[in-house]
Design a binder for this molecule. Structure first.
Ligand code: SF4
Length: 388
């Protein structure tokens, strides 16, 4: 396996706190941002010394990284350049909220080395945006997409479906027609301990399934093909950074609560094929407390690669899976495979295993069969997934 050439950098500050969100995020204040930047610079220097890159992909996620002002963002980018000699050679993405930029600002981001914006539009409907606790209007969201494209940046847009009262088709049509090269569609989920959970908000599962199909149909008509369960792109505009996660390659992580996957180091168990890292939340990260390290063995990695790979159009090459993990999928999961192949939920094409259209809709149930056949690995893989 190649050394890591991708970096996820977490910026936890947001202009508002959305009631459905369970990411590590907070409202900003000046002393906290200053402390964050200082710690980030130190952490970047240490990490780059261990893994000098260069970087192919850089993803500034959050939180809302575009909520940093120009000087603060310049410091973040400088920390990456000082450590790795540049930003992402193939792709540098900045997550941005519609209310946080105009054409001038987007053009400055492009000059600073950002190549791609991931814009949290969510919906174009004002009542839906109000329900979601967003601070921008539908018109502002659409304008943000135009502005990003006019600045010469690649644009990815996030849409949330299955929101009560939403015209999902309207939102998907608007995203598809906007000219954005990439659309991520997420079903509203009510995560434990969020304000939505406390308010007892419920998601209609039938509606969620209908919207899932609708997304594929509407976006395909606009030239954006589903290439991962939640992601649609024009040809050649698939997210390079996220593909690193789905393929199970290594990536580095910086910032509070950020998760990475590194090669095993001296001192890790000899059976470890890699190590999941998870930084603590901001208070402990500032102390500074180090990231938690969880070594991953072949069985766990095989289940993880199936979990992420079967979500993608690319699928899982079981020969490569065996070479990487030592797990022969046909021998290890005979029953799960037999049932899924028989019901045409999964299909083999030579050595590549893929979810069919029906299998993609029922993917969790399909994967559960693999877990049941390998409970020890499933336990570890489940714990790791829950941590992300
Ligand atoms: S802007 Fe994004 S990260 Fe911040 S609270 Fe809302 S959904 Fe969460």
């Amino acid at each position: 396996m190649e050394a890591p050439r991708s970096l996820y950098l977490h910026v936890p500050f947001c202009p508002q706190v959305c009631p459905y969100c369970d990411f590590h995020k907070m409202l900003r204040n000046e002393p906290l941002v200053a402390a964050y930047l200082g710690r980030l610079e130190a952490e970047a220097a240490v990490l780059a010394e261990r893994f000098p890159g260069p970087l192919d992909t850089l993803y500034l996620g959050g939180g809302t990284p575009s909520h940093l002002d120009e000087t603060e963002l310049a410091r973040v980018l400088h920390a990456v350049r000082s450590g790795w000699g540049g930003l992402g050679g193939a792709e540098t993405t900045l997550e941005a909220d519609p209310g946080t930029f105009d054409l001038e600002r987007a053009a400055r981001w492009r000059e600073a080395g950002i190549t791609r914006l991931s814009i949290g539009m969510q919906s174009t409907q004002d009542d839906v945006l109000r329900f979601l606790g967003r601070s921008h209007s539908g018109a502002e969201a659409l304008r943000a997409l135009e502005v990003g494209l006019a600045a010469g940046l690649e644009v990815s847009v996030d849409v949330i479906t299955a929101v009560p009262g939403q015209d999902a088709r309207g939102d998907l049509e608007a995203a598809g027609a906007s000219g954005a090269q990439h659309v991520s569609v997420y079903t509203l989920t009510v995560e434990p301990f969020t304000p939505f959970a406390r308010r007892g908000v419920e998601v209609d599962e039938d509606r969620a399934a209908d919207d899932f199909d609708l997304a594929e149909e509407v976006l395909a008509r606009h030239g954006l093909a589903r290439y991962e369960v939640s992601n649609h792109a024009r040809p050649g505009f698939e997210s390079r950074h996220n593909s690193v996660y789905w393929r199970g390659d290594y990536w580095l992580a910086l910032g509070p609560s950020a998760a990475g996957f590194e090669p095993a180091a001296p001192g890790d168990p000899p059976w470890a094929l890699g190590v999941r890292t998870h930084s603590p939340p901001i208070k402990r990260w500032l102390r500074p407390e180090p990231a938690e390290r969880t070594p991953v063995d072949g069985t766990t990695l095989a289940l993880e690669l199936l979990m992420t790979g079967l979500r993608t159009r690319e699928g899982v090459d079981v020969g490569r899976l065996e070479a990487r993990t030592g797990v022969d999928a046909r021998q290890r999961y005979p029953r799960a495979l037999e049932v899924a192949l028989e019901h045409e939920l999964l299909a083999f094409e030579a050595n590549t295993l893929r979810a069919t259209r029906a299998g993609t809709r029922l993917l969790n149930a399909v994967l559960r069969r693999f877990f049941e056949e390998d409970p020890a690995g499933a336990l570890a893989a489940g714990a790791i997934q829950a941590e992300r």
